[in-house]
Ligand binder design. Structure first.
Ligand code: PHE
Ligand code: NA
Length: 453
């Protein structure tokens, strides 16, 4: 049977949900993507818009997602169907859940490749493989790491296997137990890195760079990138937060947990900036060096600094843990769905999903070597997975969830789930009806190429 009368799975610890959801949110998006995007889109101006997007789009939608999960008590497909049915709506709304689940799967299939970079760089750090002394030299190392499908595939496969092992163990034994030590560990390591960065000589410059709000530097491309990134960084519309929300006990405040998760995610992104940019500036390197920032410029910078190798190892351990706690959340929706709706045991569901995932992720991995030219309208597999998920599926899913919650569902459902005061609820409703959807529509217009500012 697909209906689950009482949830079998709930977070054990008081902090279970917050740790797991923060673990999901804090990932490569914060430590890899956010710093390089900030570098590319001109620093403080980008940071400011990003913060606005988190507040205006991200937070209201995260509340909605957790609400669906807890109210519907199930994977995205089942939970949304149940909540819609409660308001006399048809099963068609569960399409949003299908898309979210697929989106999480697709993100993971390229995420493991980037996470694989991180693990391979940890290995290189420890074994002395990052020994170039120019940016070009570091770029050559990065290129060589990608060039062999066997090498790159080894690392992404490793990440895939570890992810599936954790998820296969279950919500409490697998996910909750691993985030319980990985999250505090990450924070400690990030703290060490920031203290180090403070003494690197580039801290002031980094502060200026990150928080000098020069609004003139803002481009429409930066604005749109900031909006897309708000979804990605908060793990929205990809099944992760919704499914984790389905394990949230009834008494917990959704608003409070949402704010905690969103604030932690934002803080880690800013802290990552404060850990990385001072070191980059202190060594006179370019902050706008794109996706290679932490794999080329940062190792080069560390190379030239006291205790650099140690700090670099700490950095890649931290990055790997951040990636893992996100990876497990991306696939939990699929595994939960197979388990709850199809009656497949978690272990079998995890391995079955893992095999399909491995095939797709291998195709994404090949985009960096033999499959670089397997393109369709100019994008290879990796490019398509990234583009479809962050430009289309996440915003579309967010839009659908906002419309369902804001205009379609019976009013009392979210009133009781969220339990906000009258004014707070009115504010939330305004955001979810008008502000978030409007922001999302702007992303679409850009994706369609209509807006060329
Ligand atoms: N939020 C994660 C990050 O910032 C990525 C993610 C997306 C995780 C979607 C889960 C679902 O890296
Ligand atoms: Na994030």
């Amino acid at each position: 049977m697909t209906t689950r009368e009482k949830p079998q799975n709930l977070w054990m610890g008081r902090w279970g949900f917050v740790l797991a959801a923060t673990g999901s949110a804090v990932g490569l998006g914060n430590i890899w993507k956010f710093p390089y995007m900030t570098g590319e889109y001109g620093g403080g101006a980008f940071v400011l818009v990003y913060l606005l997007c988190i507040a205006a789009i991200g937070i209201p939608i995260m509340m909605v997602e957790i609400g669906y999960g807890r109210r519907g008590r199930g994977s995205p497909i089942d939970a949304i169907r149940r909540v819609a049915r409660e308001s006399g709506q048809g099963a068609g709304w569960s399409l949003i859940g299908w898309m979210a689940m697929l989106c999480g799967f697709m993100i993971l299939s390229f995420y493991v490749v980037v996470a694989g970079w991180s693990v391979s760089y940890l290995w290189k750090t420890v074994t002395g493989g990052l020994n170039a002394d120019t940016v070009d030299g570091m770029a050559a190392i990065f290129g060589a790491n990608n060039a062999s499908p066997w090498n790159l595939g080894f690392w992404s496969t490793l990440v895939t296997v570890v992810t599936m092992v954790i998820v296969g163990k279950g919500v409490q034994e697998g996910i909750e137990k691993s985030v319980r030590w990985m999250m505090p560990g990450m924070v400690v390591m990030l703290g060490i890195m920031i203290v180090y960065a403070m003494f690197s000589g580039g801290f002031g410059q980094a502060l200026d760079f990150l928080f000098g709000f020069e609004i003139g530097k803002l481009s429409s491309a930066g604005l749109l990138a900031a909006m897309g990134h708000a979804f990605f960084t908060l793990s929205l519309a990809s099944g992760a937060i919704l499914t984790y929300g389905s394990y949230l006990p009834d008494g917990k405040s959704i608003a409070r947990t949402t704010f905690t998760v969103a604030i932690c995610d934002t803080l880690v992104a800013l802290m990552a900036g404060l850990a990385i940019f001072p070191v980059i500036f202190a060594n006179g390197l370019d902050p706008a060096s794109g996706p290679g920032l932490i794999f080329m410029s940062l190792p080069l910078a560390f190379e030239q600094m006291p205790l650099g190798t140690l700090l670099e190892a700490i950095f890649f351990i931290m990055l790997t843990m951040a990636a893992l706690t996100s990876a497990i959340s991306m696939i939990e929706a699929t595994v939960a769905w197979l388990n709850e709706s199809k009656g497949i045991s978690r272990v079998k569901a995890a391995w079955g999903t893992g095999i399909v995932l491995w095939i797709v992720s291998t195709l994404a991995m090949l985009s960096f070597n033999v499959g670089a030219d397997w393109t369709l309208v100019g994008k290879n597999v990796f490019g398509w997975l990234d583009y479809l998920t962050s430009r289309w599926m996440m915003p579309l899913g967010g839009l659908g969830m906002a419309i369902l919650a804001g205009f379609v569902l019976r009013d009392d459902i979210f009133r009781s789930e969220l339990g906000l005061s009258r004014t707070q609820h009115a504010l939330w409703l305004f955001m979810i009806r008008y502000v978030s959807p409007l922001g999302i529509v702007v992303i679409f217009i850009d994706a369609l190429g209509v807006m060329t500012l």
